[in-house]
Design a protein around this ligand. Structure first.
Ligand code: 5GP
Ligand code: ZN
Length: 141
């Protein structure tokens, strides 16, 4: 995709602080880091959201995330990390090339868990939860 900023980074047309690369996956430091070491992991191919990514490539991206998380944490002496996809515009995704954020976390950094995004659990009764679980398991298995 010519006008995709992350495709241009993969192609070397826009510089980045590249931290990992293999045949299908690319990782680089976020230009506006939320914390020291904030890293983005992307498939080299252009796909907008996780659901668009072919299964094998999704596995490759997760394999790279699995490899990078401890390495990134060690590099900045972090105590943990928040690992997340803003998956789709409704979830706040701004760059329409799927990417996994690895954001190092530090004891007492005060940012809270991803639950803090929602301000607490929503109200759902057992029938609704059962119906949702059935729909997901019917499609996933
Ligand atoms: P999103 O909101 O789409 O999940 O996150 C996009 C991320 O990409 C943001 O954290 C932003 O700082 C980062 N970003 C946007 N443009 C560039 C760029 O040109 N280079 C790098 N390294 N990161 C970028
Ligand atoms: Zn792209």
């Amino acid at each position: 995709m010519d006008d995709c900023i992350f495709c241009q980074i993969v192609d070397g047309d826009i510089p980045s602080r590249t931290v990992y690369e293999d045949e299908d996956v690319f990782a680089f430091l976020d230009v506006n880091p939320l914390a020291p070491g904030h890293t983005l992991v992307i498939p080299k191919g252009h796909y907008e959201t996780l659901g668009d990514v072919p299964g094998d490539l999704g596995a490759d991206v997760l394999t790279a995330v699995h490899r990078l998380v401890p390495v990134v944490e060690d590099a900045v002496d972090a105590d943990g990390s928040t690992v997340a996809f803003n998956n789709g515009e409704a979830a706040g995704q701004e760059v329409p090339h799927v990417h996994c954020h690895i954001v190092p976390r530090f004891e007492g950094d005060g940012h809270g868990p991803i639950h803090a995004l929602f301000g607490g659990p929503g109200e759902m009764d057992d029938d609704e939860l059962d119906a949702i679980a059935d729909r997901i398991s019917d499609a996933a298995n």
